[in-house]
Design a protein around this ligand. Structure first.
Ligand code: HEM
Length: 508
């Protein structure tokens, strides 16, 4: 793309650079607020069916941000059905059980975005960098509708062959044998695909630009520290990194929107589709950012764990490989001399969607196991009765997905990778209402499910048919046992100990 950049002063308000005296005042203010909060000590108590964790709010809430899985399991494990704590002034009620789950996923007044923005972080909030103007930016519900348009069947059909080319080109960089870190190198592949799917070709074709974008992404992700989430107004180093990265990501995407808006001929890429909708530049940037942040992490995490699980479960690996070979044989010319990715790209979408039942089960099981953190909501409307208490406007709700996904009464031996648990006769995911929540249920099903599954199938096919591989540790020694997932790693779900893929290319 052209190196010319758009004059940002017209777009962004004054940056967050703070003079030292202003910093000192804010710091003093912060300390006094922390002291005030500490004084708000309350004893733990059980009232209205909701157990109040009590204590010093900031200390009680801390493990919710540092070790969320353990925190929720500990309190639910000690027999509490509902419990509450405070994140600064906000009341958070953690819930479990079928009735509460139905309310959580079905209740109209519970907002998804507000829940994640404040209790999860890790995604950029344009309002943090004071972008002007707000007009022309879609509201959350409209944003989801916009994304749904971009992932329609016709768009997937159009972009699919290009995704195969992208992944092939990047995999070529690995060489014919070596070792990759899936939680870096597979992520890079998904990043490439996400940009292709959600932005424009000028960006997707520019490896250096994607690298810079990736860096901004990780800076935002890593700056979602407990301090930033608990004390968002504190000018902590992490807050400054977050704002800087958000600003740079915004600027970068803004320049691509500007470039596409002024292009002599429109393309069919997402940015051009959004331009044709009449969205403002800021509105388009906010959709593209949402795609990157909603689309990347779960798809990448799922893709990595599929390869790890299959390496440790040869029976399922063989099933999937045979199924993929049959797909290629049935839909492409057996005498073709074309490289693997070209043959895979020629397979029709309906065949990818309907003729890989074993891989579908593997994806379903992998995603159950990776999605064990909490779903979050904020009550934006009327009072909601729960037990003998009321969830008031402004309150937050946290539902631990492990309540179903790791529940031995629903999933036999829940830690075990067992894709057959969904097959006829077992159907463990149907034992209760919403017993499987990995793709969202009720009011907020995942709008990216179709493209996300296709990306995971594409990567699995390219890797399983193109390479032989095994799991090794950091020193290159064969792993005897698959590493466990760090369930407190709520963003990336990485393994507890290092795990690499040692590969050898077997098909070009
Ligand atoms: C393996 C990949 C993915 C998984 C496991 C996944 C999972 C989920 C889940 C569980 C929810 C509901 C969250 C809740 O109820 O709190 C959700 C919502 C959503 N997902 Fe995905 N997702 C994936 C990929 C994608 C992709 C590629 C996109 C596309 C950009 C996407 C876009 C969205 C959006 C926009 C929502 C919010 C819908 C709403 O607010 O109504 N997801 N996803």
């Amino acid at each position: 793309m052209s190196t010319q950049t758009y004059p940002l002063s017209q777009v962004l308000s004054e940056g967050p650079i703070l003079g030292s005296s202003r910093s000192a005042v804010i710091l003093a203010l912060a300390i006094s607020v922390i002291i005030t909060l500490a004084i708000r000590f309350s004893p733990s108590s059980s009232k209205g069916g909701v157990y109040n964790l009590g204590g010093i709010p900031i200390l009680t809430a801390w493990p919710f941000f540092t070790k969320r899985y353990d925190f929720l399991r500990k309190h639910f494990g000690s027999g509490k059905r509902y419990f509450q704590f405070y994140v600064v002034q906000h009341r958070v009620v953690a819930i479990s059980g079928e009735e509460a789950r139905k309310m959580f996923f079905n209740e109209k007044t519970l907002g998804l975005d507000e829940g994640y923005r404040i209790l999860m972080g890790g995604a950029p909030n344009i309002d943090d960098i004071s972008v002007q103007p707000k007009e022309g930016r879609a509201k959350d519900a409209e944003l989801v509708k916009r994304m749904a348009v971009l992932f329609r069947k016709d768009r997937i059909l159009e972009v699919l062959p290009v995704l195969f080319d992208d992944v092939h080109r990047r995999m070529n960089d690995w060489g014919n044998e070596g070792t990759i870190n899936p939680f870096k190198d597979m992520y890079d592949l998904v990043f490439q695909m996400t940009v292709r799917i959600g932005a424009c070709r000028e960006l997707a074709d520019d490896k250096d630009a994607i690298e810079r974008l990736t860096q901004h992404y990780w800076n935002i992700e890593k700056s979602a520290t407990p301090t930033v989430l608990l004390l968002p107004w504190l000018p902590s180093p992490a807050k400054k990194i977050q704002e800087k990265a958000t600003r740079e990501l915004f600027t970068m995407l803004y320049n691509y929107v500007h470039l596409r808006r002024n292009a002599p001929t429109p393309s069919t890429d997402p940015i051009d589709i959004l331009v044709a909708y009449g969205d403002s530049n800021e509105g388009i940037v906010s959709v593209v950012m949402s795609i990157i942040f909603a689309g990347l992490i779960n798809t990448a995490t799922g893709s990595c764990w599929i390869l790890l699980h299959l390496a440790s479960n040869p029976e399922w690996k063989d099933k999937v490989i045979n199924e993929l070979k049959a797909l290629v044989a049935n839909h492409t010319n057996a005498t073709s001399k074309e490289p693997l990715h070209k043959r895979l790209a020629a397979i029709p979408l309906h065949a990818w969607e309907e003729e890989l039942p074993a891989l579908e089960l593997v994806i379903r099981e992998t995603v159950r196991l990776t999605m064990t953190s909490a779903s979050l909501r904020r009550n934006l409307g009327k009072d909601i009765p729960l037990a003998d208490t009321i969830i008031k406007k402004g309150d937050f709700l946290a539902y631990s997905n492990a309540d179903v996904h790791m529940n031995p009464n629903i999933y036999t031996d829940p830690d075990k990778f067992d894709p057959a648990r969904y097959t006829e006769g077992r159907e463990e995911d149907r034992k209760e209402t919403f017993a499987y929540v990995a793709w969202g249920v009720g009011r907020h099903p995942c709008v990216g499910i179709r493209i996300a599954k296709m990306e995971m199938k594409l990567l699995t096919a390219m890797f399983l048919l193109g390479y032989e591989y095994e799991l090794v540790d950091g020193a290159g020694n064969l792993l005897q046992k698959m590493p466990l997932q760090d369930r407190n790693d709520i963003q990336q779900a990485r393994p507890l100990s290092p795990c690499y893929l040692k590969f050898k290319r077997v098909m070009e």
